[in-house]
Design a protein around this ligand. Structure first.
Ligand code: NDP
Ligand code: 2IT
Length: 451
């Protein structure tokens, strides 16, 4: 047996920190997973001796590249682009592209790591990857965004492919940006393949892909409530963010009889005690995505609503909370406030929105708490279905896709129960998701030997 076989958890985490200096988000994501995996593998020799966790926590590769583009005034601008290919043990790398000034290697490595487990949980054959750039789409013209996307793809195209790595959208990247990137890929390679997902319906996109992440997070919430004999009817929900995931989560909560009280963006949050109806959600979609407006304007548009500058919405009492904006937007104090105010369930639409202190608060309070890798997997799941449709050169019907999304979210919930049931009254969904996701990837890696 080699010396390094059975390093304990603190030693393992020390090593992760040392090998990834200045990458706190990546270290945090690995720690959250390792806490559960260490317990699971304690009596499983193969996983130790083959160093499986150590290998999953080392990306297959990180590609970093220069992206030059010209703004509307003729100035040359330089950004940094990335693609992190974390693990392709169970399928081609798959994961979104994020355009946001906060993007750096740590953020994308954490996202690619999380994606590896999430994609395994969907049951579809997809490995984990993530990409993006520190490009800030805010305040840019559509032509500037187009030129940036084209330049970004001019390097990215050589690293991706329908059977290699299939990017999609994430923060700052929606249908329009995917269109620009797909157009450039096709132009460079002269190939029409399913190399990106989240495409428009006219050129190989899938029905319900835009809705899938938010809807899926609410289906997961409903599945958790069902274990307690409850549903969403009459329940209040606090949602952060006001983009793709937040607005579609709100839409599904309203459809299932719940009342949505808040939205937020990087400027602050709005609270609408009368409830955010479908009509108001439609206004937010139009305002935030098409007009690139601020959520603050909601309080002027709709009577009775208030805007609180620079704050997150976690102080508003609710039955359920859905963080749907970004990483580490909900800390330990926020988690305590939510629990003290009677919040019974948390479903993460965003990736790693709760910091480690917050995760421990929710776990200790034994509330229904679904981590992003389980709750927000509906988006990438429908991306996987888009890949299948592209391979078949067909488009499936909406009813069929809706049912598949429901089934996949229920399957993930069941996997969490399998590995996360703590006692007859409590499920640790974080543990369940971590172990179920890990096991599938780990067993594939064992089959390959040391590669
Ligand atoms: P969008 O770009 O559509 O919306 C992002 C929202 O989050 C905006 O309201 C934005 O506010 C807010 N936000 C972003 N960064 C910050 C920040 N640093 N502080 C405060 N608010 C912030 O992105 P999505 O809705 O697609 O993504 C939201 C989350 O969901 C992300 O964590 C993403 O990784 C995750 N996710 C997305 C999936 C998808 O299919 N799109 C799938 C699974 C997870 P502002 O407008 O002010 O920037
Ligand atoms: O975080 C995510 O799962 C996404 N941004 C979606 C990835 C995808 O490939 O659809």
């Amino acid at each position: 047996m080699a010396v390094s076989d059975h390093v304990d958890l603190p030693t393992f985490l020390e090593g992760v920190k040392k090998r990834n200096p200045g990458q706190p988000e990546f270290v945090q994501a690995v720690q959250e997973v390792a806490e559960d995996i260490y317990d699971f593998i304690k009596d499983k020799e193969d996983y130790h001796s083959e160093q499986i966790l150590r290998r999953i926590a080392e990306p297959d590769r990180v590609v970093s590249f220069r992206v030059c583009w010209e703004d509307d005034n003729g100035n040359v601008r330089v950004q940094r682009g990335y693609r992190v290919q974390n693990n392709n043990a169970i399928g081609p790398y798959k994961g979104g592209i994020r355009f946001h000034p906060s993007v750096n290697e740590s953020v994308l490595k954490f996202l690619a790591f999380e994606q590896t487990f999430k994609n395994a949980l969907t049951g579809l054959p997809m490995g984990g990857g993530k990409g993006g750039s520190n490009f800030n789409p805010k305040g840019k013209s559509v032509r500037e965004i187009m030129r940036f996307c084209q330049s970004f793809m001019t390097e990215l195209y050589r690293h991706i492919g329908a059977d290699v790595d299939v990017p999609a959208g994430d923060i700052g990247v929606g249908g329009r940006e995917i269109g620009f990137m797909f157009g450039q890929y096709k132009r460079i390679t002269n190939q029409f393949t399913g190399v990106l997902t989240g495409k428009g319906l006219e050129y190989g996109g899938s029905l319900i892909r835009p809705e899938a992440t938010g809807y899926g997070a609410v289906y997961f919430l409903a599945n958790m409530l069902r274990t307690k004999g409850q549903d969403l009817v009459g329940k209040t929900a606090v949602i952060s963010g006001s983009g793709n995931v937040a607005t579609h989560a709100a839409e599904k909560i309203v459809q299932l009889g719940g009342k949505v009280l808040t939205f937020s963006d990087s400027g602050g949050f709005i609270h609408d005690p009368d409830g955010i109806t479908q009509e108001k959600i439609d206004w937010v979609k139009e305002h935030k995505t098409k007009r690139r407006g601020r959520i603050q304007d909601y309080a002027e548009q709709f009577k009775g609503a208030t805007f609180t500058e620079g704050k997150t919405p976690w102080g508003v009492p609710c039955d359920a909370a859905l963080p749907c904006a970004t990483q580490n937007e909900l800390n330990g104090e926020d988690a305590k406030t939510l629990v003290a105010n009677g919040c019974k369930a948390v479903s993460e639409g965003a990736n790693m929105p709760t910091d480690l202190a917050g995760v421990h608060v929710f776990k200790d309070a034994r509330i229904l708490y679904a981590p992003g890798k389980a709750a927000n997997a509906g988006g990438v799941a429908v991306s996987g279905l888009e890949m299948s449709q592209n391979s078949e050169r067909r488009s499936w019907k909406e009813a069929e896709l809706q049912q598949l999304l429901l089934d996949i979210m229920e399957g993930i919930h069941t996997s969490c129960l399998t590995y996360g049931q703590v006692d007859k009254d409590h499920v640790d969904y974080v543990k369940g998701a971590n172990i179920a996701g890990f096991k599938k990837v780990a067993d594939a890696m064992l089959a390959y030997g040391v590669v």
